[in-house]
Each structure stands twice: as structure tokens, then as C-alpha cells.
Design a protein around this ligand. Sequence first.
Ligand code: ADP
Ligand code: MG
Length: 700
Amino acid sequence: MRHNANMTTAASPPSPARPLTGPQKALLKLGLRRDIDLALHLPLRYEDETQITRLSEARDGDVVQIEATVTASEVTLRPRRQLLVTVDDGSDTCTLRFFSFYPSQQQALATGKRILARGELRGGFLGRQMLHPSFKTAGGELPQALTPVYPTSAGLPQAYLRRAVQGGLARAELTDTIPTEYLKKIGPQPLWGLKSSLSFLHYPAPDVALATLEDRSHPAWQRLKAEELLAQQLSQLQARRARAALRAPVLAPQPGTGAGLAERLQAALPFALTGAQKRVQAEIARDLGRSVPMHRLLQGDVGAGKTVVAALAAALCIDAGWQCALMAPTEILAEQHFAKLVGWLEPLGVKTAWLTGSQKPKERRAMLALIASGEAALVVGTHAVIQDKVLFHQLALAIIDEQHRFGVAQRLALRAKLSAEAQEPHLLMMTATPIPRTLAMSYYADLDVSTLDELPPGRTAIVTKVVNESRRDEVVDRIRGQLAAGRQIYWVCPLIEESEALDLSNATQTHAQLSAALPGVFVGLLHSRLTAPEKKAVMAQFTSGMMGVLVSTTVIEVGVDVPNASLMVIEHAERFGLSQLHQLRGRVGRGAAASACVLLYSTGDAPRLGETARERLKAMVETGDGFEIARRDLEIRGPGEFLGARQSGAALLRFADLATDSALLAWARELAPDLLDRHPVQAERHVARWLGAKSEYLKA
Ligand code: ADP
Ligand code: MG
């Protein structure tokens, strides 16, 4: 291995008896716990300390390493305190300038010392100089490899981290876990072994084409990416198989008992199911009829009609004598579901309970009793549904709407909560933010996916316009036109994350302004500070058609269904994420009227919009297809934000990039089952090595 000659002592792992030092704590904070974690902590970039350049041969602007003797060393106070060191390498001289320095450094740079200094050479009025070069005493052997520069954090000096990583790399157990026959399938270019790949990436040979390290196309990088993707696939496959070993209630219609609840519900609906709804319903029914817990994601664009599919699944469950729970991320959304499901199912004799955080204790107790006794066959609510106090009589199906809005931790809590000793409930997750294929294949490989790819008939296309804030008056004119035609309007103000107060004042201002501009029109205001009953009252006024314009912060984001609303104005659209814009836009175009969405933007003090904001608004105008939107969103934001995993601490891919590594992903996906079957021990080692404690999160 080509290690740097002057770095021989390896930092050893902290002994449990002694308190941790600052740098040790900082290492842990970066997640660098095990030797393998250190070995997988790859450099951000490299410095070339393998060469010595003669000053006479270096040009201004070059980053070079010189070996020279200090001929003068002095601290001057003007124009400010600084250490000026003159060095001579026999070909020329140069000045090293330090504005901050320790006495020990000053000593190491005393006249007569022979040093190696590395930095950018600059020409200047007083001759050539280097500002704050790195330096050390000359005389040691030059390293044979590039010097790694690692991503680090406060309190973790680069030199300490280098030693720690070097130690981890030396100690880590790095024998290959991927059989050679599999590696051969990756492509014509032979892949490197894991150990040599890591050694190389930490200490590359000086003649490496740096571009291949930067764009991660180097075979050593390919190897790491393949390893990582394989670990992810294996862990998801393990989760899938573990679930396949669990038992869930079989929820199938009893033969010979006449029309089941689901059929009666379907017959009572005021509309016929779309082809996509029928197909998806059949997929779900098939899962529910098996004794293995379902783990299915139902994705469908806003307005695709997911709720009725959920209701039909609930009906199958209830008909088989079990309970079903439906959970939504916000109270308003939960309430809409509740109203809809009660409307559909109560006439058919189904008792429904309602659970939210804002409920009065007395009502809540009553609901809990209904749930515990099993009298309520259906339970609808917010997170309140998974709280400790809620005991189900016999839960067999849990439906989670807008599942991506629940954090990973909440999803884990849900699983833990719902699993009984002998039986596990079926799980149906729904989302209006479709998951692009590569993400579905990687992060959600453990899910079965059903897709509603068809909107109910009679929907009108929504025309989207991007309008500068300065033309607000024209937008108000347009509102007048819509109101005159008997239509209703949503006006959404942005969420200002840092400040709920600002947020509110913005919405309040707009509300006042529109009220003044539209005399005789009922303009309502909805925001997060209202109590649940207040919100409910405002929504009811809008739904009933009394209210012409609803000004709102993003609380109406999901689920609201008012077919008479034909215009959506989004203020400061540049501050919204793409998926969010798409979801908001989906609130209109639900009835027969031609609908429009106006994206008002402001550039603030800047002459024009930033790149990302522009791309987002452009995407909104160009497409109304939720899948295309999701794909572009992924492109713009990257998977981290897309998955909302930033806050949750879920392990994301560190090395592979789904946009560029789809071939490797396909390879890993194909290989994982075979590896697990034929080399289970190796597969286990592979997952443990790569994921360690993180694998739980990936399975959530
Ligand atoms: P989402 O998928 O966004 O949750 P919803 O379930 O709220 O969509 O459905 C949107 C609207 O479309 C609702 O008013 C719903 O009753 C209606 N709907 C659902 N399916 C159909 C259908 N097959 N034909 C006509 N309308 C439908
Ligand atoms: Mg919905």
C-alpha cells in the first residue's frame, strides 16, 4: 500500500474506560465509529505532495511544493501583525506570509531550517510569495501517493482525521463479499477488489487522471458504488423476506354470502370506477386475500381517486370481520377522509371512529372505547391513531395517506405499534408524489407498487401561467372574471419556514388587499394558527360555495376537494418546491370548468430568479403529469430532499448516484436474490459491513 511516509501512527479506537477526547467525539458525530466506517470515509479532494518543484520552473498561480532553506524569518507589525519567512531553494527565493501562527510554527520556520512548503505561488510587487502555505520539516521521504483531504467538522483537525482513517483502513476487515462470477456481469471493464479500491481512493497514484476520481467513473469508484447499491438491495430483500415469513389475516369475501360490502359500496357510488382504479383494486384485493402482510404503495396523481380505492380495501377488511385504520398527515385531510368514508360506508352499516390530537378528552375516551371493543370497524384520524393509548380490538389493515409526509421514525413507530404477537396487519400506503422508477427500485425496493395512471373522466386540463408580482392587478382582474362566472378561487401564500409570524402577516396582508379590491365578495382566510374547529368552519364556508376566495397558507396543500374552484393563485411561487406546487395546482381542475393556475413570482432584490426556481416554474408550465414532475423534482433536488430523509437521519446513498448509476442499480437488483440464496453468510457480512446500525432505517 502506498501510504504517506510521515503518517505511520494510527489512531486507535477509543477505549471505553477513558472519557472521549474532543476529536474522538467529533469522529463519532460524523458517524465514524467502526474501522469500516473510517475506511469508507473518502477524501473530498487530494493534494499532490509527491513532487518537488523548483521555484525557477514554477509559474505564478501554480500550486506547488518546494523544498527550501529559510534565510530570514521575522514578525512585522505593519500593516498588520504577520510572520514573513524568506526561503531559498537554490533556484530562486520566495516569501511565505502568515497572518496567524503559533510560536511553535515560528520556531519551525526559524532561519536555517530546511522545509517543505506547499501552496499557491503568487507574483507580487515585493517578489513571489505564498500566503499561508502548509509546511513541514524537510528530510523525510516524499509520499508516493496523493495526500487525501477529508470532509471534516469543527474540532476535528485534518491531520488527526487522516491518521484515524489510515488506522481504520489498515484494521478494517476488507475481504471481498461479492463473488467474482457476479462482478464479471457488471461489464467489460474488470472491477477492482474492495481492498485495493479503498486503498487507491484514499491514496491514489500521482499519475491518476483526477477527472475519473471527480466524476467517480474510475474502476475503484465503480466498485464502491456497486458494493453500496448491493448492500441496499440486499437489506431491502431481507426485509421483504422477513415480512413474507410473517402471518396476516386473510381478508377475502366468504363464498356464498351474497354481495360483499365492497361490491355494495361500488354499486352505491355515484360514479363508475376508472380502469386504473379497477386494476389497482384487484391488486390490493389479491394481496389482502393472502396470509402474508401486504406492503403496498398506491401512487396516483392528485385527483386520481385514491380515496375510493382505500374505501374499497377497507370494505374488504371490514367484511371479513376485522378493523381498518386510516391515517392522514393533517387534521383537515383526515377530516375530509372521515366525511367521505362515513358518507360512503355508514349507509352500509359500518361504524366509524374519529381520532385526532385536538379532540376533547370525553369524546376521545368514547372513541377509544369504540375502537377497543371492535364496535368501530373503521378508524380515521391523524397521528393520534398510532399513539400508545389506542388499542385496537383486531386490526387487520392500516392505510396511510400521503405516506411520504410521515417521517421515517413515525413509520417505524407505526410498524412497531401495529404488529401483534401472532399476526401483522396489512399495510397500504398512498402518495400523490409518484416515485420515479430509479427511486422505486432502490429506496422502495421493499414495496409493491400500484399505480393509478388514469384520471377520472371529465377533468379539464389546467392552464398554468407564470406571472411577475408586478402584474398582480391583472391577476385580481382575472379573479373578478371567475367570480362573475360563479367560480371560486384559491390564493395560496407561501410558508416562510423561519418565521410563522411573517408567514401569517403575509397571508393577512393579502387577505386585506383582496377584500378591499373585491367589494361584496366573501374573502376568507385560513392559516395554521387557527384552531381545528376554526379551520373546519372556514373550510365549510368555502366548500358550500358561500366564500368566493380563500386566502390560505399552505394548510390546504393536500386533499381538499372543491370541484367549483377553477383558479389557483400561488403567491411567491418561487419559494415552493416542485411537488408542492403540483399538489396545490391539483386543487383546481376537479370539475367541468376550465381551470387555471397562476404562479406569481417575485425576484426580490435580485434582477432575476435563481436557476432552481426558474427550472421549477418552467416545469410547471410545461407539464401537468405528476410522474414527469416527480422525475424533474428528483433531478433538481436530488434524492435526499426528495425522500424527506434529511431530518430523519436515514442512510442515503453516499457513493452511487441514481441518475448516473442506473446500470449498476439494475445489476445489484438482479444479483441480490441470488447472492442471498446461494451465499447467505457473505450476503449477511456485506450488509453488516455497509449498513451496520443503519439498516433498520432503510427498511422503514
Ligand atoms: P386523490 O387521489 O387525490 O386522493 P380523491 O380520492 O380525493 O383523489 O378523488 C378526487 C375526486 O374524484 C373526488 O371527488 C372523488 O370522489 C372523485 N372520483 C374518484 N374516482 C372517480 C371516478 N372513477 N369517476 C369520477 N369521479 C371520481
Ligand atoms: Mg387524497
